[in-house]
Design a binder for this molecule. Sequence first.
Ligand code: ATP
Ligand code: MG
Length: 398
Amino acid sequence: MMKINNLPPVFTAALPVLIKLEAAGYEAYFVGGSVRDLLLNRHIHDIDIATSAYPEEVKELFTRSIDTGIKHGTVTVLYENESYEITTFRTESGYQDYRRPDHVTFVQNLSEDLKRRDFTINALAMNTQGEIIDLFDGLADLKKHVIKAVGDPEKRFNEDALRMMRAVRFMSQLQFKLETQTEQAVKAHHELLQKISVERIRDEFVKMGIGPHSRQAFQVFLDTQLSEDVPDFAGKSDLLAIYPSLKFNPNMETSLWAIIIILLKIQDSQITKFMRDWKNSNAMTAEVERVVALFDLISERTPTDFELFEAGKETLLNTIDVAHILGQPINSEALVDRYVALPIKSSSELVIDGRFLINAGVVPGPRLGKLLTDIKKKVITGELANTKDAVTAYLNEK
Ligand code: ATP
Ligand code: MG
């Protein structure tokens, strides 16, 4: 049995939680992503614990806990300023709708619990001694860099079709291959993905898209035809086929969406609909629209100082990132230099305002608004200094 001797601090901090459960007569193990990431030497972001104790029993042992998903057996325990998801050993049965288990059944042993997990590399457990419990050859698959379903892949994808998206997501995050039979099963059942909520598909799609090996994973996403069963991608595989040959992998969500929209040649007026179809937030939609618009502009000509001002720093940097990934030749340094040199970066930096103009004798009304915009433009382009004296002199001239 493989044994980890020097557990990293994130695990030693969590160890007392397992020991407390064991001392009360229950079994408890580290499971899932954290064990996988420990063995891959990857950053560990959250620690999941599986136990034979029922949720109510877990809650009795710890002073601070949250009922995260008590129906599914999950309690979040707060311990020494960290939080841990503790889930009772369970199996899932039913899956009548290919989405969520009909009901969970608590079980008394770890092996039943590990059997329900999606991939062999995610079905590893570790006990308090640092010993790895590996019932499905997950360690060998970790070595081989393979994503392989636990058990019969066709059955597993019929139970929960999201697992097919998780497969390509893990390929991208870990730079792993898809095991042959697992890939065949995705090819055979890709259309089951239509049963899954867009939000859950989107979360996995984004993780795939911004993972370090998204171009390779995206190729499999296309090859298996998973791409036919997500919003607005059906029949577009010829356009999406450019993605795997991009210059770089996107590593920001904004860039990912902008690139997809550009590859799909989505009209400006259809971007909102596209982003909504994918259930993206209004904030994400707005920023992606700004980035695509600026990308179109800088692909055609050099933006004016006012256009750079209007775009703002974040949109400019995001757009440069998109151009870089798409291999669009633009002079990004010059654009950034020009942005940095802008006399003001936002309207609030303008020393004068409407009240200043009124005090200077301008009559309130539409003309005042126009004059304010005119002054702002002149300040941005450097024609006018951003000082009250300069503006007063300018008003006197007019
Ligand atoms: P991440 O690094 O993204 O958190 P993870 O492997 O921890 O990766 P989670 O979604 O946090 O993924 O799930 C935790 C564990 O629960 C997985 O490692 C896996 O064992 C199990 N799991 C999650 N989703 C499913 C699913 N759809 N089907 C079966 N098992 C699943
Ligand atoms: Mg996790």
